[in-house]
Design a protein around this ligand. Structure first.
Ligand code: ADP
Ligand code: MG
Length: 490
């Protein structure tokens, strides 16, 4: 492998991403899509393919897809057609899937990705609407495969990229961006591990100086962002080796095996004609009116790039901090809801980016499961802003709050209980400062001779003697006043 000069080759990648939509009912019936119901309880005669049933299009399926199209700068077709994609599968009792074929509802969009040292626009070829199949379960019964049809007929969109992606890292970034957009829009929960987002990756390689694309393979079973990246890396290497050893890449569908970290052949790739697509006779063409598009455009939330820019301007955050805070909509919402309650947006950014995100990471949870409310965090930050506690005390109280997320105790209650309130009381500070000054005559002398930097030494001594509870600002003022006036006294 090492003798091959990989620099002579480049990869061409196109991704097909399925996103399960968060509509309340299925694509073509009013049956609920609520997650977690017992198997085969959310089905109607239509979902199980009874003859004589008729599909009725869920308007939200259309609206959600338009939203996604608008967010990726797609053209929205004023008229699009559903098609039957015919194939046999045990969890597809109808024998066909309702999808879109020649005329998808959205086409020719772009998606912007940010890489570490460059950025790039990836073309979106099309976004079409379709329905999901049921689920085959192979690991619950030793002898039989079980089938749950609750998922049959749940609405999906398929987002098909142009072959503009050049590296596995770009594919990873592209998926991250799709996830970010669908979750900002609220059309999909974006969870790849749970199957709400699914990705098939098409990949080919070609010598750098050649224009035409090579033969591609299609990779399936990629159930995490990392697996997409790893599978592509593996497959690119494999194809280069095949070509270098005089062979030919065959257009196969391959399965990624996450245990063995390699791809294996599933079947030769099916062609469109294998599916015998034809226009769905039971659903009239989908007509999208101008007013529908305008309504959806107006309902679009503030998208991540715009929000980041606003954070930089409105809250005076660094570009980096604003980027991290707006990566996930829920984190940005969380941040803003604290900002509304305190004076300094920068101090909120510090706490969220260091402490809160650290906890999410350690516990592998999303911000929606963060146990301490934004109101309590706001109090904590304000306490520090008002100089009533030190920054290390802020962290200590934060940790204590995490331990007792349900406790009905304010940040101030904790500060008092844990003896962390800074003391600004001159009666308390004065004797301590006097003692520090009288026990360090040499330093006092040097200070008064002009070594003003020694103020730090006196503050440090006072803080130590007060066990960190003194308010440092206050201590500084009192000490410098005493030392400045010291001349007259002596
Ligand atoms: P099909 O109809 O066979 O699914 P499409 O033209 O819809 O083919 O393309 C499917 C995906 O494959 C798209 O994301 C596209 O960008 C990508 N693709 C097409 N040709 C190539 C190629 N030679 N190498 C890599 N990806 C490709
Ligand atoms: Mg396809």
């Amino acid at each position: 492998m090492s003798t091959i000069d990989h620099q002579n080759y480049e990869a061409v990648i196109g991704l097909e991403v399925h996103a399960q939509l968060l509509t309340e009912s299925k694509a073509f019936t009013s049956i609920s899509t609520a997650f977690g119901a017992s198997p085969n309880t959310q089905i109607s005669p239509l979902c199980i393919g009874h003859p004589g049933t008729l599909p009725v299009l869920n308007e939200n399926l259309v609206r959600y897809t338009i939203k996604m199209g608008l967010a990726t700068d797609c053209e929205i077709a004023r008229k699009s057609i559903f098609a039957r994609k015919n194939y046999f599968y045990p969890d597809l009792p109808k024998g066909y899937q309702i999808s879109q074929y020649e005329t998808p509802i959205c086409h020719d969009g772009t998606l912007h990705i940010d890489m570490e040292d460059y950025e790039k626009d990836i073309g979106i070829k099309r976004i079409h609407m379709e329905e999901d199949a049921g689920k085959s379960i192979h690991d619950q019964d030793p002898h039989n495969s079980l089938i749950d049809l609750n998922r049959a007929g749940v609405p999906l969109i398929e987002i098909v990229s142009e072959p503009d992606i050049s590296t596995p890292e770009e594919a990873y970034a592209y998926l991250g961006r799709i996830k970010q957009i669908v979750t900002y829009l609220g059309v999909c929960d974006g969870n790849m591990e749970e199957g709400s987002l699914r990705c098939d990756a098409n990949v080919s390689v070609k010598p750098r100086d050649r224009k035409e694309f090579g033969t591609r393979t299609e990779l399936k079973n990629l159930n995490s962002f990392r697996n997409v990246e790893r599978a592509l890396r593996y497959e690119i290497e494999r194809q280069i080796e095949v070509i270098e050893s005089g062979g030919e890449v065959i257009q196969h569908t391959l399965l990624w095996d996450p245990q063995k970290q390699q791809t294996r052949q599933m079947r030769t790739k099916e062609e469109a004609h294998d599916y015998r697509y034809f226009p769905e006779p039971d659903i009239p063409p989908v007509v999208v009116t101008e007013s529908m598009i305008e309504e959806e455009r107006e309902r679009l939330p503030e998208m991540p790039d715009v929000r980041r820019q606003r954070f930089i301007e409105e809250f005076e955050l660094s570009a980096d901090d604003a980027y991290r805070l707006t990566e996930e909509r829920e984190v940005a919402d969380f941040y803003e809801s604290i900002v509304e309650q305190v004076e300094n947006p920068q101090s909120v950014s510090n706490l969220v980016l260091t402490e809160v995100l650290r906890v999410l990471n350690e516990r592998s949870i999303g911000i929606e499961d963060f146990p301490v409310s934004t109101g309590r965090l706001a109090e904590l930050i304000q306490l520090r802003e008002d100089d009533k506690i030190s920054s290390s005390a802020q962290t200590e109280i934060f940790d204590a709050m995490l331990e007792e997320p349900e406790a009905d105790k304010s940040a101030e209650d904790y500060a008092k209980e844990m003896n962390l309130m800074q003391v600004s009381d001159t009666d308390f500070l004065e004797p301590i400062i006097d003692e520090v000054i009288s026990s360090n005559p040499d330093e006092v002398k040097r200070y008064q001779e002009g070594k003003k930097g020694l103020i730090g030494f006196f503050i440090g001594q006072t803080m130590e003697k007060s066990r960190g509870k003194a308010n440092p600002k206050m201590v500084r003022e009192m000490i410098s006043e005493k030392l400045e006036n010291g001349d007259q006294e002596s």
